[in-house]
Design a protein around this ligand. Structure first.
Ligand code: UDP
Ligand code: MG
Length: 139
């Protein structure tokens, strides 16, 4: 069911540091099923569109640079209450504020390079999943 899906990206810093396996393990043991997944790299246009909601923010240019500098892992995940539970699993945007044991606490360096993305609503989860995957790539 669409309402039980969320969308994630393991961001360029996490991929660069070799944390794909460790982060996917945490996601898996936390009860999320992988519906779709790929290694991909966003273009400037992709990142500007994906983060369009933030385009007036002072960090927008830096965010686009960061998100396009190397490959990411994009994935759609399924679980009851997926959006909220995944936001709990990743922790606060700023890893300094993230709870112990969360993915950002464990793997992120800073509020900008924070290892992982998680959708903030069911509607955005559907939009963001469709941004990266066709229907044939979701299982
Ligand atoms: N970000 C940043 N500086 C800030 C806030 C956010 O560089 O002061 C970046 C960070 O990578 C964050 C992304 O912009 O994950 C999107 O921000 P949002 O507020 O949506 O945080 P999230 O939903 O990812 O926790
Ligand atoms: Mg957000």
């Amino acid at each position: 069911m669409v309402t039980n899906r969320t969308f994630t990206m393991l961001k360029p810093d996490a991929v660069e540091k070799g944390h794909i396996g460790a982060i996917l393990e945490k996601i898996s043991v936390s009860g999320f099923r992988i519906v779709a997944m790929k290694l991909t790299q966003m273009t400037k246009n992709d990142a500007e569109a994906f983060y369009a909601v933030h385009k007036e923010r002072p960090f927008f240019g830096e965010l686009v640079e960061y998100m396009t500098r190397g490959p990411i892992v994009a994935a759609v995940l399924e679980k009851e209450n997926a959006v909220e539970d995944f936001r709990t699993l990743i922790g606060a945007t700023n890893p300094a504020d993230a709870a112990e044991g969360t993915i950002r606490k464990l793997f992120a360096n800073s509020i900008s390079e924070n290892a992982v993305h998680g959708s903030d609503s069911n509607d955005n989860a559907a939009i963001e999943g469709a941004f990266h995957f066709s229907g044939r790539e979701m299982f």
